[in-house]
Ligand binder design. Structure first.
Ligand code: PLP
Length: 372
């Protein structure tokens, strides 16, 4: 069977697995999914070459790739990815959240990494195909979802670096997920890295590329060695301004009740433009919470917590939704945010966003994309 997506004319052949995981095994996995550890029965693949463009689109059984050891991605890390989720809503529908926004960001990441543009409708069509085929894998537990991981790698064989790879593989895989950090809204402690930075002006910080993560693990290891859960990155120029926490954007809350406001560092080109971040900036005003982009230094963070001006801090991203930050540690000292427990603005925004994603709240912005 071949399905053609009318706008981009990219076709996907459908090859259904003849050895899907037995239903009883799947049920056991879905009862307690572990983030990104087990994958569903199928995957989508699509190839690109300079002479043929996009071709060989396929929904096929999940399985390993065979690649020549001289394949470009192994040496020069031309790789980009996305992360989004499919939700089993309480009304029964299976939906994705803002997949076109992920498609657009995949396009900007590809541009920065000198990779080909995948038309947005083909990106979304790949998601629809995989999620519909593997819909039995979308868990129905509280806060559970099917995590979707689209990615693209450079597949040309050869070590030359005069031009980017002339061949690429796009793939989409999926993995059932529970809450990313165990314990739901348990506050995390953060280590402000004095030594490493994540991204510099002109670099790849705003592209969702694997290399950004490869360079970040050493900072994350130091956070753990310092007794913290997560690393917080400072800007690379002044080593003063707060950028992100691990793979999540940060928000700072001031005031409370009807005077509450939230602020997130403005996108300077070194931060990843999170879709959760954008969604919260859009949602908050409708809930009576003022929202703005700005900037905050380490000293201001510390002083704001001491004076009580900063009442809450949280991180946000697709995988972990909204995670409160309870404690901050840097070589200059350590302090609590509020009393270290999750604050009301953090919990309210988390509930509103999850409510929208699981179909318990209206969707005024048209963010919910029904799949099946
Ligand atoms: C993916 C990512 C985020 C969060 O983006 P969402 O679209 O909200 O999931 C934040 N920071 C980094 C570094 C990321 O890679």
């Amino acid at each position: 069977m071949t399905t053609t997506s009318p706008a981009s004319e990219i076709a996907f052949d459908v090859l259904v697995s003849d050895h899907p995981r037995p239903a009883a095994d799947r049920a056991e996995i879905l009862a307690a999914p572990k983030f990104g550890s087990v994958f569903t029965d199928h995957m989508v693949t699509l190839r690109w070459s300079a002479d043929r463009g996009w071709h060989d689109g396929r929904l096929e059984p999940y399985g390993p790739f065979t690649l020549d050891p001289g394949t470009s991605v192994f040496h020069y890390a031309q790789e980009i990815f996305e992360g989004l989720k499919a939700y089993r809503q309480h009304g029964g529908a299976i939906v994705a959240f803002r997949p076109q926004a992920n498609a657009a960001r995949f396009g900007s990441s590809a541009r920065r990494m000198a990779m080909p543009q995948l038309p947005g409708d083909a990106f979304v069509r790949a998601i629809e195909l995989l999620v519909s085929q593997d819909r039995a894998w979308v868990p129905d537990g509280e806060g559970h979802s099917l995590y979707l991981r689209p990615f693209m790698i450079a597949t040309q064989t050869g070590l030359g670096i005069n031009q980017p790879s002339q061949q690429y593989l796009f793939a989409l895989i999926a993995s059932p997920a529970a809450a990313y950090f165990s314990g739901g809204a348990r506050p995390v402690s953060v280590w402000i890295s004095p030594e490493y930075t994540r991204a510099a002006p002109g670099g790849t910080g705003e592209a969702k590329c694997g290399g950004n993560y490869g360079g970040a693990f050493a900072g994350q290891q130091q956070a753990i060695a310092n007794g913290c859960d997560q690393v917080v990155w400072l800007d690379a120029v002044e080593r003063r301004w707060i950028e992100e926490m691990g793979g999540m954007n940060l928000f700072f809350v001031s005031g409370s009740g009807s005077s509450a406001s939230i602020m997130t560092p403005a996108l300077t080109g070194t931060m990843l433009p999170g879709i959760t971040r954008d969604s919260l900036l859009t949602l908050a005003p409708g809930l009576g919470i003022k929202a703005e982009e700005g900037r905050i230094s380490v000293d201001e963070w510390r002083a704001g917590c001491a004076s009580g001006e900063i009442s809450e801090v949280f991180a946000c991203g697709t995988a972990a939704v909204i995670t409160p930050v309870g404690k901050v540690k840097s070589p200059a000292g350590e302090w609590l945010v509020g009393d270290g427990s999750p604050g009301p603005v953090t919990l309210r925004l988390r509930e509103e966003l999850l409510g929208l994603q699981y179909g318990d709240r209206p969707d005024p912005h048209g963010w919910i994309h029904k799949i099946c």
